[in-house]
Design a protein around this ligand. Structure first.
Ligand code: ZN
Length: 80
């Protein structure tokens, strides 16, 4: 009868040992979930992509820098 208990305990340890790395991996993947991904915007003038917070807004458009905003507004005013 003792032999039966040894097998049961060994089996329990085996199951625990097999499930442990799986649970650890799951937890790890949850921990490395990236935070809120920032929206990417496109510079209306040169077409470069950049995070919205780093862009410059002018005339309802996004720009990568002040120079491109000015150039875009200038080119627009010239065409009118
Ligand atoms: Zn640009």
């Amino acid at each position: 009868m003792i032999f039966k208990w040894i097998i049961l305990i060994a089996l329990g340890f085996l199951v625990f040992w097999l499930l442990k790395p799986f649970r650890g991996k799951q937890k790890h993947s949850v921990d490395t979930t990236p935070g809120a991904i920032e929206d990417m915007v496109r510079c209306t003038y040169c077409g470069v992509h950049l995070p919205e917070s780093e862009g410059i807004i002018g005339d309802g458009q996004h720009f990568c820098c002040v120079e491109h905003r000015q150039l875009y507004l200038q080119s627009r005013s010239c065409h009118k």
